[in-house]
Design a protein around this ligand. Sequence first.
Ligand SMILES: CNc1nc2cc3nc[nH]c(=O)c3cc2[nH]1
Length: 372
Amino acid sequence: MAVRIEVLKEDNRTRARLGKLHTPHGVIETPVFMPVGTQATVKTMTPEELKDLGAGIILSNTYHLFLRPGHELIREAGGLHAFMHWDGAILTDSGGFQVFSLGDLRKITEEGVEFRSHLDGSKKFLSPEIATQVQMALGSDIVMAFDECTPYPATRDYAKASLERTTRWLKRCQETLTTTDRQALFGIVQGSMYEDLRKQSAAEITELDLPGYAVGGLSVGEPKELMYEVLDYTVPLLPKDKPRYLMGVGSPDALIEGVMRGIDMFDCVLPTRIARNGTALTRYGKLVVRNAESAHDFSPIDPTCDCYTCKNYSRAYLRHLIKADEILGLRLMTIHNLRFLTNLMSEIRAAIKENRLPEYREKFFYEYGYLK
Ligand SMILES: CNc1nc2cc3nc[nH]c(=O)c3cc2[nH]1
């Protein structure tokens, strides 16, 4: 079954859309934040807990699963859904980004990327064909094309050569898939921070009439304002009747700003990663629970939050667990941060529905401390 978006409403003052993403493993309301489960687990969460938190789609990484335990073992297990006991939707990133940011990069050629595994230093090779075959073995619902996430900053010449290779690689991914499986393949627009190159990449990628499109090459160290500027001129180049996915984003403010610019799907490791080192997301900004200020604070992280952690535990207790390296601390902080984000996204969807997204943004940014 094809992956498709049903756009229910287009905001009248911004580019935001309310939608339903139809996948072989369920229908997901958009805009949506996808928790990241890099190694076939959203760290410290059981699938049942993820469902309770409101997650309907998670991200997993081809690079990591290719290196360990290997896609053949997961195929043997009946695919990633069976292997990890998750019956919701799964989107897999293709590995290109992870090779550049994790592996000991050896060489990029037209054929693919040679690299050393970050696990044991052994030589590995990923190509559009291999990355696509791995994702099919995993049985993922949304397959990301194997691309080069153009590093930032990049010269115009490098960015142009890189996007053109990404387009050639996308066509090779498409050719690797059967016609039915092609309905799961999302293309990724590159072009770094050059408007004309983004136009070129978007034109080349959308010509292939894919089920969805990602804006890549962002959240790679550029200032947020520059990311928003690139979105301002890139998102309108993507078809309105297809899902738009901003890769690697993000923080609450970036989620709102991305939705305002027409993005439907987001993923980011930040919320779960900062949770594990004791930082909680709240509507008033970040709360570093491990700091001394919480030592005698017997109130919850956020009294307005409906999560299991905020209903049952104090900041003082969470600070103790984190400082004592207690595993329960990792779990309780993760539960809170994921629930915060699924609540944020449902508030954003309600604001779009009721034509009050700009007002919601103002209120959120003021409370969150972004507007002094
Ligand atoms: C955390 N930031 C971030 N995560 C990304 C993942 C990506 N995957 C494929 N292609 C990308 O361009 C890409 C960009 C990204 N930025």
